[in-house]
Write a protein that binds this ligand. Structure first.
Ligand code: NDP
Ligand SMILES: O=C1O[C@H](COP(=O)(O)O)[C@@H](O)[C@H](O)[C@H]1O
Length: 497
């Protein structure tokens, strides 16, 4: 759906992308900047500087980026005039970030032709996390880490608590926390932001949003794609680090957090932190009982034969591509309410959804009626086809007795608002330029999330632990169903058709 999402222009900025020739930059960041330019949000004096070791000059880089825009921006959003304008903003600096002798090139490029002496500078680190510390040190050494600079850290911030702390320390030695933007792109998704609005700009949900009325919560992020080209990264990571430690826990926080006094950068992050700190700590016994790890075997996905994970990465491996976890938020509001999390690659469909399942009515009012009734459920569809669906029970029309039938109230964003939802990176990149950290993870949040997953990582690292195989194109290993069935529940596989 073509639709402009005009917004106030940001200030002129020098937007430097370390890793400017990489997959993330070409597939996500530059298309997002193009769309913001198309909608008039990038002013004159907004420059984009790609940094990599490739021997490309500005012209060579522009050719590379133009091809990426053609490939990754929907064709009905491409406008030749805007493409030319965006390409005119681009520069490339050849630089090995680990070699201090190269750094004068970036320094000179940024000094030369900047919109003003105190232009905003964004340094987006789309490179391996091991390079975050050295890059920040060099930015400092060359006087580029100023009051008007911001640094963006792509995930993963570390691979465990110790490495996350080391990265945070290294970056924090140079940049104040208020200038550090740790990206979790799920927080930039429209439907995720709408979760906050739905909860806190309406009154009817709040009285029900607690253990008195909620039976349990399910959070599913399933993907139909496999690991593709990212096998070498993924094989060292696995689904727990890649998805649960960040995206799924952030979604859980937004569902479970207390209303902040007002929505502002620190208040929201304070409340999310309290949720992370209230998660029931995992022990080895709980890990064995309440977690499931899986890995896809060959199967049928999206109607085509799909290889096994081992075939995709080229060797046998115990890396998990699927995780299911039962947990609990141990506080007054949520005590006793299970939160079931599930994510996996090569599953039956691409679907991210939060389902809040309410309790059954306390007393059966229609014991002799025909038909069926189900517990109320609120499905919050994050992607695709963002929207919400509230499942209720109604009387089927007819002159006879009472016949119950499940029905639903639907909100489709596409229908209600008639415009495309911007990609998460479009929103987040503009927030970085504006200096708004609300939708970014604070250091203590990241470390609290690593603290919670640490016992799972440890238990799963034992040699006896093996992920269970599941055929590609399915809902994951059978044990993930058992996790709920033993509690008398089941995964909600369909929400908004
Ligand atoms: N791709 C994705 O969808 C996502 C990626 N990420 C994270 O973002 C980071 C980048 O990922 P991705 O783009 O996929 O990786 P790629 O391997 O595709 O790109 C890496 C980029 O970094 C550059 N680079 C590597 N080493 C140096 C160096 N010493 N000096 C200067 N430039 C260097 C590479 O260029 P050259 O080799 O020419 O120097 C290239 O431009 C990773 O940490 C990844 O985990 C996070 C979320 C999603
Ligand atoms: O961060 C990541 O997210 C993607 C899924 O993002 P989505 O916006 O397409 O849902 C996942 O494929 C990738 O492995 C992970 O690193």
């Amino acid at each position: 759906m073509n639709g402009s999402t005009a917004a106030t222009p940001v200030e002129p900025c020098d937007f430097t992308v370390f890793g400017g020739t990489g997959d993330l930059a070409l597939r996500k960041l530059l298309p997002a900047l193009y769309l913001r330019d198309r909608d008039g949000q990038l002013p004159d004096g907004f420059r984009i500087v790609g940094v990599s070791r490739a021997e490309a000059d500005d012209e060579g880089y522009r050719v590379m980026v133009e091809a990426a825009l053609v490939e990754h921006v929907p064709s009905d959003e491409l406008d030749a005039t805007v493409v030319r304008r965006l390409l005119g903003r681009l520069h490339h600096v050849t630089l090995d970030v680990e070699d201090v002798a190269d750094w004068h090139r970036l320094h000179e490029r940024l000094k030369d032709g900047a919109a003003s002496d105190d232009v905003i500078r964004v340094f987006y680190l789309a490179v391996a996390p091991a390079l975050f510390g050295p890059i920040c040190d060099h930015l400092d050494q060359f006087g580029l880490a100023t009051e008007r600079s911001r640094v963006v850290l792509e995930k993963p911030v570390g691979t465990d608590l110790a490495t996350a702390r080391a990265v945070n320390e290294a970056v924090g030695r140079v940049f104040d926390e208020s200038h550090i933007f740790r990206i979790d792109h799920y927080l930039g998704k429209e439907s995720v932001q709408n979760l906050l609005v739905t909860r806190f700009a309406n009154t009817f949900l709040e009285p029900l949003w607690n253990s008195h009325w909620v039976d349990h919560v399910q959070i599913t992020v399933s993907e139909s794609l496999g690991v593709g080209e990212r096998g070498s990264y993924y094989d060292r990571s696995g689904a727990l680090r890649d998805m649960v430690q960040n995206h799924l826990l952030q979604l859980l926080c937004l569902v479970a957090m207390e209303p902040p006094t007002y929505v502002d950068r620190e208040t929201v992050r304070d409340e999310k932190l309290k949720v992370l700190q209230a998660l029931r700590p995992m022990t080895p016994d709980l890990v064995d009982r309440d977690t499931v790890a899986g890995q896809y075997a060959a199967g049928l996905c999206d109607g085509a034969a799909a290889p096994s994970y081992a075939d995709e990465v080229g060797h046998t491996s115990d890396t998990e591509t699927f995780v299911a976890i039962k947990t609990e938020v141990q506080n007054w509001r949520w005590a006793g309410v299970p939160f079931y999390l599930r994510t996996g690659k090569r599953m039956s469909e691409r679907l991210s959804e939060i389902v809040v399942v309410f309790k059954e009515p306390p007393h059966p009012m229609f014991p002799h009626s025909e038909g069926t009734s189900e517990a109320n459920r609120l499905h919050i569809r994050v992607q695709p086809d963002e929207g919400m669906r509230l499942h209720m029970t109604a009387k089927e029309p007819g002159p006879g007795g009472i016949r119950l039938r499940p029905v639903s109230l639907d909100l489709s964003y596409a229908t209600a608002f008639g415009q495309r939802s911007p990609d998460a990176y479009e929103r987040l990149l503009m927030d970085v330029v504006r200096g708004n950290t609300t939708l970014f993870m604070r250091r203590d949040e990241v470390e609290a999330a690593w603290t919670w997953v640490a016992p799972i990582l440890e238990r799963w690292s034992e040699p006896t632990h093996r992920p269970r195989r599941y055929p590609a194109g399915t809902h994951g290993p059978f044990a993930a169903n058992t996790l709920l069935e033993r509690d008398g529940r089941s995964w909600q596989e369909t929400g908004i058709e």
